[in-house]
Design a binder for this molecule. Sequence first.
Ligand SMILES: Cc1ncc(COP(=O)(O)O)c(C=O)c1O
Length: 456
Amino acid sequence: MTVLDKGAAWKNDRAHVIHPYTDFATFHQEGSQIIERAEGMYVTDTAGNRLLDGIAGLWCVNIGHGRKEMADTIAEQVMNMEYYNPFGHSSNIPAATLAAKLAELAPGDLNHVYYTCGGSTANDAAIRLVHYFFDMKGQHRKKKIISRQNGYHGATYVAASLTGIQGTKYGFDRIGEDFIHHVSEANLFAKPEGWSDADYCDYLLREFEARIQQLGPDNVAAFIAEPIMGAGGVLVAPDGYHKRMWEVCKKYDMLYIADEVVTAFGRLGEWFVSETIYGYQPDIMVCAKGITSGYIPLGATLITSEIYDVIAKPQCEGGVLSMGLTYFGHPVACAAALKNIEIMERENLFANVKAVGPYLQETAQSLLNLPIVGDVRGSHLMMGIDLVADKKMKTPLEMSEKTGSELFRKCIERGVIVRPVGDRLVISPPLIISKDQCDQIIEAISESISEHLAEG
Ligand SMILES: Cc1ncc(COP(=O)(O)O)c(C=O)c1O
């Protein structure tokens, strides 16, 4: 295939690519902004615009764009051994080495790794492993999963059912509703007037326990949650929430699945945050995105030795764990992940996150002076900015697709990429961001909102 010129790429994209989360009406008129090059904190589109990437691609390019070392590692692995069957007793060096490294970095006895192609497939694998685990233990009724409204867990069928964002469900059949149930998200911005954070946390815990009782503890297998809810609006739970939810899981013999697809690999300055920041030890931990910084797709589902010991002694006929993906433990992806981790360690990138992250959070508070900014929150390099119609009543702005894309475009005109999600703007830059670049992002958002308001 010949290399397409820019005009042809734009036309071919519009004619043939089915874009996720796209309003087809505007897409057919406008087509896509096509990103052609990327380096460090910046990406460049085919029109030659060089833009500060405030969202790390999609919460994933943690080490920054265009690292030659990554390209060299990937090329080397392709030349050495690009792929071979990962099923049965067959493996490869990068997959084995990465599994040992992940076991070393992960908390407690999360010592065993099931590889996938991304976050959705890693969550699907987690649910299959939960079901298999309880079946192997003879607890065949323990199948129900509790997830949270506004949680995001992916786009494959089960991961989409785990997801609690209503906007992702329109027009799609709801399979999974017999075994996947949702409780409230922990949203401090929406907590009832007059409640303390502790009152609100108590309420969420009561709701969770009541739901388990309603479904029947013998039927409920696991709870799944993101440590900080990402796509659902960068929602930070009240103090102690996760640890207490985990304690309830233990009380009812349920497994706790931490979906760390966004939070792992440095976004909050840690490899994984469940234990280091929130003080609980998940039974299953799911990661993707930052594991390779998006240079190549990879997901991983980590399970404890306790779960492994059960599933590794299958009593079923055939005696094998019959779930596997062709690209399980893909050597090129695993080699890229190892290099990515080496770069994070060598350059001490988490120290930058711990210095610049709090600065970003603090600087962004200035946005609260704007009449439509209701809340600015997050942690380190994860930030959500709620846009409201009425600050006092906290009425959501109900940003239309138009308002969201307009603010997106106004930021682009100022050389910055941010992400509109519902009635929020989201920021999640690469871990190499500087304080000056944080200022640039906040300034672009502030000016764009002011201009939008001035235009009425
Ligand atoms: C918390 C979380 N889990 C799972 C996923 C799904 O990952 P993927 O898109 O790689 O399938 C995402 C994607 O944004 C995510 O944010």
